[in-house]
Design a protein around this ligand. Structure first.
Ligand code: PLP
Length: 426
């Protein structure tokens, strides 16, 4: 956000000052920045796709390798960070990232797996109430998951899936239109599942409001926070969201295939009548090793766990969560608004009709990502900026996504990117 201290200018001297005044600037040193072939740092703007590696990650994983080497199976209890309760070491920090209470939060599996597990419990269609509301153009994995759940219950996608579409000639959804669709379909809606931030447009939804209007018609409201966790300030508990799932390898820097997050609101924590797909790690900890045949779920989100967790992936996530803990989501978000505001300002200064930003210009309706629509779907522009050291991504049919991440991107990165883009357009 532009403020008196920070009157944006398209100059290197401005970026120097802005970076010097940035209270989070030292965090960049905690990450490995990929290099270009000329040895210079790449201009890495894809933390929304795969976050960078914290320099501490290796030591966290090596600790577990070492304890495995030393203790073998006894590492479950004797490791420095005993593997038996290992996932618990991540719970509080992860809960803070998404604004949840610790018992509402668990780190487990991967994102799409968690969505399915949560849908098993929270999508219980009846002849009258069977519809699921999603964004048109939701991330494919979410579309597949939802469609397969509808079919699994014997319904058909044509009648049971509602896709929220933007108005003609608009690219983002209006809350009032979401509200209208929900009101119109009323009690036929079983579930609303939206992205916290749409992966394509970068639009952040008003999750509190959507939870409220969904509950008004008696629907369950869940969010996929793949592009929101570690990006926005979230208050899942206070917003009364029923459930949520998110991956940790995007903004949360846990590495490829990192272990995912899961939120279940506390009002469901002791609802053991909910159907669920069970596994031994969700079983009451006191009696888990009695190996009884009757499943007794743990209260809260932990009760949705299936398997004993992947310790090396968890270690990598712990390294990153320790950094988030130190930086704090509020401070990160403050910088993020400035950084993305600066990017938007510089894109505006380019004045070229070949590009337009489709992400909302209101900072409260977006995270750090801006999606740049390229006229005539000209992918050559993307190839040209890539050759010049920019790591961004191209999303079919016609968008370049760029996400300056407050933990490791600088105002200088944003300025260099805008310069390169301008030169490539010229
Ligand atoms: C990244 C992303 C996924 C990926 O799912 P995985 O199960 O982690 O492979 C799913 N949904 C959304 C909205 C995403 O942004």
């Amino acid at each position: 956000m532009q403020n008196q201290l920070l009157k944006f200018e398209a100059s290197e001297s401005f970026t120097k000052d802005a970076d010097a005044q940035d209270s989070l600037k030292h965090f960049r040193e905690n990450f490995y920045i990929p290099k270009q072939s000329n040895g210079k740092d790449a201009i890495y703007l894809t933390g929304n796709s795969l976050g960078l590696q914290p320099k501490t990650t290796r030591a966290y994983i090596e600790q577990e390798l070492k304890d495995w080497e030393t203790f073998g199976v006894e590492g479950h209890t004797k490791a420095k960070n005993p593997w038996m309760p290992y996932h618990e070491f991540l719970t509080e920090q992860m809960a803070r990232v998404v604004g949840a209470k610790p018992p509402e939060t668990v780190v487990m599996n991967s994102l799409t797996v968690n969505l399915h597990l949560l849908l098993v419990s929270f999508y219980r269609p009846t002849a009258k109430r069977h519809k699921i509301v999603i964004e048109a153009g939701a991330f494919p994995s979410d579309q597949y998951a939802v469609a397969s759940q509808i079919k699994f219950h014997g319904f058909d996608v044509e009648n049971s899936l509602i896709e929220l579409k933007p108005r003609e000639s608009e690219t983002c959804l209006r809350t009032e239109d979401i509200e209208k669709t929900i009101a119109e379909n009323g009690e036929s809606i079983a579930l609303i599942l939206l992205g916290g931030v749409n992966y394509y447009t970068g639009q952040a939804f008003d999750m509190r409001r959507i939870a409220e209007i969904g509950h008004k018609v008696g629907a369950v409201v869940g969010f996929d926070l793949a592009h929101a966790a570690g990006n926005l300030e979230l208050y899942l508990h206070d917003w009364n969201v029923d459930f949520a799932a998110w991956c940790s390898y995007k903004y949360l820097n846990s590495g490829p295939g990192g272990v995912a997050g899961c939120f279940v609101h506390e009002r469901h924590s002791e609802n053991f009548d909910l159907p669920r797909f069970a596994g031994w790690w969700g079983h009451d900890k006191e009696t888990r090793f009695l190996m009884n045949s009757e499943f007794v779920p743990i209260k809260g989100a932990e009760g949705w766990q299936l398997s004993n967790p992947p310790i090396f992936q968890m270690a990598a996530l712990k390294a990153s969560l320790d950094i988030f803990e130190e930086a704090g989501m509020r401070t990160l978000r403050e910088k993020s608004k400035k950084l993305t505001g600066y990017l938007e300002f510089l894109l505006g200064e380019i004045h070229d009709e070949h590009i337009s930003v489709i992400t909302p210009s209101n900072p409260s309706e977006r995270g750090c990502q801006l999606s740049i629509r390229v006229q005539n779907a000209n992918k050559d522009l993307f190839k040209a900026i890539s050759r010049r050291g920019v790591v961004a991504d191209w999303r079919e049919p016609d968008v370049i996504r760029v996400a300056p991440v407050p933990l490791y991107n600088s105002f200088a990165d944003v300025h260099k990117f805008a310069q390169i883009l301008k030169n490539c357009l010229a």
